[in-house]
Design a protein around this ligand. Structure first.
Ligand SMILES: Cc1cc2nc3c(=O)[nH]c(=O)nc-3n(C[C@H](O)[C@H](O)[C@H](O)COP(=O)(O)OP(=O)(O)OC[C@H]3O[C@@H](n4cnc5c(N)ncnc54)[C@H](O)[C@@H]3O)c2cc1C
Length: 519
């Protein structure tokens, strides 16, 4: 490698200012920069559950491993998911939110998680319980939901079955650019020392992006507090590691302020109150609501969800009809703000109506260890002695009060702005990807990203970066599988991949049952 191939970093085979400034690259430009090119028809960037959903479908449809490259820093598709779930207090033995049929490792949805749990459990009662629950939900029982550990284990089994490691190319993707002559060039930065050049370009006809969330998002006042004070110990986000909080609570009685009223807030509250009830802690939990839900939401009997005690209740993050029923069809007809409003109305902040959670909150409220407050935060500052954090709040009547807490847990969300992801920001700024009313990627019903066509190539996206386009539950197991199926249909329609017909599908299902690789 000669010096003429050194790029921005001075290392061989790096991006050059010319490449960065050019939206459509020729092979010669890339070669001149000394970046080696790897040819593969289909690239999936991310390597998380969204990549798994697409790659699994394509492999089952008959696409060979050497036609697919998965570009990711992670070895396992559930790695990022498990990290976030663990932090938000969903360890392997706790149950997730999605249903029995949202089976991440199995495109047929059968056998479902409930059946598999019944099969693997010991003892008649334990075997019958999941089956009884899934057959009587939601009338006699609450919806069955799988334990997170079951999802991880079955995802690992499926990745081994479909040859994931052979398709996986380790590294972080820096950008995807159109290729002159068609298709795309995806620039991967492999781990240092693993390749001779700083970057490797994947030259492909198709690209799929499922990049998850770029990071954690703090409420403005909490972000500002952390920036000003440098205190990342007492003010934490529920999605970032925060075991020190629970360790400290086990050492002495403390007050914890929880903000947020979605599913993750419910999990954090449960963890705090479980520890109290088990006698491990003596924590006072103060729950601060900005918008207090005191009654049902929705103004028609057929379009309403229950709400009480501060929480809006819905079994799943969207009504079931959003995945494949009338809400899905309705959304396909809508455009612009009407589409965005419909997504907010059917989704928005809500939590699962689990009886054990509600009972536990009731018990803790009765003895004063769980307290609810409502209002707008005006400031967050250290207390005078510097040991706690004081939140000044104004209630709806204009009166002020303050809450002194040893810890504040922000359970309001993850960063979802596509501007925070370099690859997606570049796609919008340079490649011309359109954004939707929610500021995320505008996708067609086929999940192709509008504005990125590079004939004969196509670029697709799935997951949270596409919320606001034509499908609402994009960030869910079933939503990722739905997106994967639409992408595979589109690829099948232009003859780029085999179509998965009923006979092959049945044959492949039997292979799945026997844990044999796709044929
Ligand atoms: C805590 C939590 C619980 C959830 N529970 C449920 C549930 O119970 N049921 C349900 O249906 N859904 C659930 N979801 C929603 C959804 O299923 C997950 O968010 C899912 O992981 C989304 O898959 P993804 O591929 O889009 O993102 P991820 O699985 O996060 O994967 C994205 C990957 O992209 C990688 N990446 C990012 N940038 C780059 C880059 N530049 N180059 C290469 N790789 C990159 C990341 O490292 C990451 O591994 C939950 C989400 C969270 C956060």
């Amino acid at each position: 490698m000669t010096d003429q191939h050194a790029g921005l970093s001075g290392e061989p085979g790096d991006l050059t200012p010319q490449l960065i400034e050019t939206s459509t690259w020729t092979d010669q430009q890339v070669a001149a920069a000394g970046i080696p090119m790897v040819d593969v028809p289909i690239v999936s960037v991310g390597g998380g559950l969204g990549s798994l959903a697409l790659v699994d479908y394509l492999r089952i449809a008959g696409v060979p491993v050497h036609d697919i490259a998965v570009l990711s820093p992670n070895k396992r598709p559930s790695e990022t998911y498990e990290f976030l779930a663990n932090n938000s207090q969903i360890p392997r033995h706790e149950r997730l939110r999605s249903d029995s049929g949202s089976v991440m490792d199995n495109i047929w949805g059968f056998p479902s998680y409930a059946l598999r749990e019944a099969w693997n459990e010991k003892g008649l009662k334990n075997k019958l319980f999941p089956v009884w629950q899934v057959t009587t939900e939601p009338i006699l029982a609450e919806y069955y939901t799988p334990k997170s550990g079951q999802v991880y284990e079955s995802v690992d089994r499926e990745t081994a079955r479909i040859g994931w490691t052979q398709m996986l190319k380790a590294g972080q993707v820096r950008m995807v650019r159109r290729r002159s002559g068609g298709g795309f060039l995806t620039i991967l930065t492999p781990p240092p020392g693993t390749t001779q050049t700083r970057r490797v370009a994947y030259r492909s006809r198709f690209v799929h992006l499922s990049l998850g969330y770029p990071g954690v998002r703090f409420l403005d006042d909490l972000r500002s507090y952390r920036e000003r004070s440098g205190d990342h110990r007492r003010v934490v986000n529920s999605y970032e590691p925060h075991p020190h909080v629970y360790e400290e609570l086990a050492r002495r009685p403390c007050t914890v302020l929880v903000r947020g009223s979605g599913i993750v807030a419910s999990r954090v509250l449960q963890r705090l109150l479980d520890d109290n009830e088990a006698g491990r802690t003596q924590t006072t939990v103060v729950h601060l609501f900005r918008n207090y839900v005191s009654g049902p939401q929705g103004d028609s009997v057929t379009f309403r969800r229950p709400g009480t005690g501060g929480f809006a209740y819905q079994a799943f993050n969207y009504p079931k009809a959003a995945w494949g029923g009338q809400f899905r069809n309705q959304l396909l007809e809508l455009e612009g703000d009407a589409r965005s409003d419909f997504i907010d109305t059917t989704g928005g902040t809500n939590t699962a109506p689990r009886k054990d959670w509600r009972d536990q909150l009731g018990r803790a409220a009765a003895i004063g260890t769980y307290q609810q407050r409502v209002g707008q935060v005006s400031s967050v500052e250290p207390t005078d002695d510097g040991f706690r954090v004081r939140t000044e709040v104004q209630d709806n009547a204009g009166a002020s009060f303050s809450i002194d807490a040893d810890f504040i847990i922000d359970a309001t969300g993850l960063e979802a702005s596509i501007r925070s992801n370099r690859v997606l920001a570049d796609l919008v700024d340079v490649t011309g990807a359109h954004t939707n009313p929610k500021g995320r990627l505008e996708t067609l019903p086929t999940f192709e990203v509008v504005g990125t066509r590079s004939e004969p190539g196509r670029l697709y996206a799935s997951g949270s970066s596409t919320l606001g386009s034509t499908y609402a539950p994009v960030d869910s197991f079933l939503g990722l599988q739905y997106s994967a199926q639409q992408i595979a249909f589109d690829l099948g329609a232009i003859g780029a991949v085999p179509k998965l017909g009923p006979l092959r599908s049945f044959k492949e299902w039997t292979r799945w049952m026997k844990n044999r690789p796709p044929s």
